[in-house]
Ligand binder design. Structure first.
Ligand SMILES: N[C@@H](CCC(=O)N[C@@H](CS)C(=O)NCC(=O)O)C(=O)O
Length: 224
């Protein structure tokens, strides 16, 4: 496992027919939902790095019993790296980033890194805390759609000054927000014209090879 020489292709196996062999592989295993925005974040980081890994699709309608054992919250994504079992997408992503530091997705200096973590927290509070409602609660969904629309519209202006969320370079913050930007149509979130700098920013992320490779077949058809 690890970084490969330039010419050697990485092992990037995707197991689509539930084979839940927990922790028996020498490779890093990501247990992932095919439509789950949080799993999507981890898949993006895995594909952005030149490393070996295995993505194992978990059927969320028929969850394996082991899921509740490895993750007390009984959700995906879960990363298994030999003896280490991790849950929570941002925590998994920071681990992968530290284990495989090229290209580095968290800022190298402590101050900017702390600021990035603060912004990741704000993103969970303001945007991703609404995902459950959007996916499961039709009655409350409209309020969440409007809230997300307004927060994203407020963000838009900054992309007149910089290419990505933290600065001019792609970072973990862009990874974290990308699954939501990809799902705007899917969740019925309509942005005003004033948010066009944000949508241009989104297209910059969507055109990255790591982003394209990380999409599952179901995610590919979420956006026209
Ligand atoms: N905060 C968690 C959220 C994970 C989450 O909500 N995962 C959902 C799927 S998107 C899940 O597994 N839900 C359990 C279920 O559907 O049974 C993270 O960032 O990893």
């Amino acid at each position: 496992m690890g970084h490969r020489e330039m010419n050697a292709p990485s092992v990037r196996k995707v197991v689509r027919d539930a084979d839940y062999s927990w922790g028996t592989s020498a490779m890093m295993n990501l247990y992932s939902g095919t439509t789950c925005p949080f799993s999507h974040r981890c898949r993006i980081v895995l594909y952005e790095k030149q490393m070996d890994f295995q993505v194992i699709d978990v059927d969320l309608f028929n969850k394996p019993e082991e899921m509740a054992v490895v993750n007390p919250y009984n959700r995906v994504p879960v990363l298994v790296d030999r003896d280490l079992v991790l849950y929570e997408s941002n925590i998994i992503n920071e681990y992968i980033d530290e284990r495989f530091p090229h290209p580095q997705l968290m800022p190298p200096d402590p101050q900017t890194r702390a600021k990035a973590r603060q912004l990741l927290f704000t993103m969970e509070q303001e945007l991703f805390s609404h995902i459950d409602v959007l996916e499961k609660n039709a009655k409350a969904a409209e309020k969440s759609r409007l809230h997300i629309r307004d927060r994203l519209t407020e963000l838009s202006g900054m992309f007149n000054k910089q290419k990505y969320l933290l600065a001019d370079e792609f970072s973990m913050l862009d990874v974290a927000i990308a699954p939501l930007l990809w799902r705007l149509d899917h969740y019925g979130i309509v942005l005003p014209n004033t948010a066009s700098p944000l949508m241009k920013y989104a297209e910059r992320i969507f055109s990255r090879q790591g982003f394209i490779d990380a999409l599952t077949p179901t995610e590919k058809v979420m956006r026209r």
